[in-house]
Write a protein that binds this ligand. Sequence first.
Ligand SMILES: Cc1cc2nc3c(=O)[nH]c(=O)nc-3n(C[C@H](O)[C@H](O)[C@H](O)COP(=O)(O)OP(=O)(O)OC[C@H]3O[C@@H](n4cnc5c(N)ncnc54)[C@H](O)[C@@H]3O)c2cc1C
Length: 397
Amino acid sequence: MVPITVRSLNGTRKEEFAATIRAVAAEVAAAHADEVDRDARFPHEAIDALRETQALSALVPRSLGGGGVPLGAIAQACHDLARGCSATAMVFAMHQIQVGTIVRHLEPGSWFETYLHELQADQRLIASATSEIGTGGDMGRSIAAVTPAREGRFTLEKQAPTVSYGAHSDDILTTLRRSPEAEQSDQVMVLHRTSETELEPAGGWDTIGMRGTCSPGFVLRAEFGPEQILGARFATMMTETIVPLSHILWSHVWLGIATEAFERGRAFVRAAAKRSRGEPVPAAHQLSRVMAELTMFRSEVGGALAEFIRQSDAPGREPLSTLASVLRFNNLKLAASEQAPRVCQAVLECIGIMAYKNDSPYGVGRQLRDSLSARLMVANERLNAIDAGLLMLAKEV
Ligand SMILES: Cc1cc2nc3c(=O)[nH]c(=O)nc-3n(C[C@H](O)[C@H](O)[C@H](O)COP(=O)(O)OP(=O)(O)OC[C@H]3O[C@@H](n4cnc5c(N)ncnc54)[C@H](O)[C@@H]3O)c2cc1C
């Protein structure tokens, strides 16, 4: 492994953060990506490198001890890491979604403020358990409940079908019903320590792609105090942050995967042009069409990020609660999750057999397989069902 220069993010500029992330992506994440994928193992090296650079607390405001790195730079980091290793990028993105949720919805002076200082000091990695057996990817419903236990404490037991890097995390942010008597839609989020959680394995993670995210199912059992329950209204957290931020950061990961496939196509075409000594390279024409699609994809993802930042800066973040906004960020997810595998597959066809081979420098098999997860990461049909209802009511899209 090529050693990278690790520097504290505190006090550094956005550009320096970007350069550090690109170094981790190219020199650490990419170097281990094939092995991580082949063995379906956690990308320890890259996540450790991110920890060393304090990237896990980058999104935490400086007033709470973090790096104060703007969201745009975090999103770009998701993209750049995905060029090297999709699994590393997705772990980073999912962690930042949990951090973003806490940062944007904690109550001043609460336990979560102390927690964020701890996250910065120890570079803690947060996993999430929103999906549940019985509700699937419907984040707005829970079956497992916050259950009163001894001495004012609580317990939870949740059948979680997919917990990415759960066994490698330091904490898990879990959705639950507010109490055993509550409706399925009356939810809260609880941050529990992995060290205080029993993770009973429930299935493996031998998947087509995103193998390094290590996302098997677990029955989660944990004990926690009342202070570990995020006080904000769950529906507000979901519309203002969890859903749009997930769709934005995931889309940056998928764009990074597609961009890597495209760049492999470009390298192939350049090498072919060198050999052909002036003769036309048919693959270049095909790749030009892929470039047009990638450009649209990039502009959709960039536009959604800018819109989210603009809406977040509005008083009370009010625009984020409109139907048009819900549709906007659902549409981003639908479009990006379909464009990423389409770009990877088109590059495969441009290059031909040299892209199909796993041991070729132009291989795009890993990128194609990883990008197929995008449509399932909250099933697109579920989002289409939500959008179908909303488009009747929303005044504008
Ligand atoms: C790589 C990866 C990592 C993940 N990591 C995590 C994680 O860390 N934590 C977490 O909580 N979740 C995670 N998930 C999400 C989770 O796995 C799934 O969203 C969830 O388990 C639902 O699984 P499901 O595919 O069975 O979808 P379901 O939502 O149960 O859907 C099953 C099928 O029913 C269809 N369907 C469902 N609802 C509707 C509807 N209303 N209308 C029409 N069709 C519908 C779907 O299209 C699909 O075909 C991850 C997913 C992936 C791919």
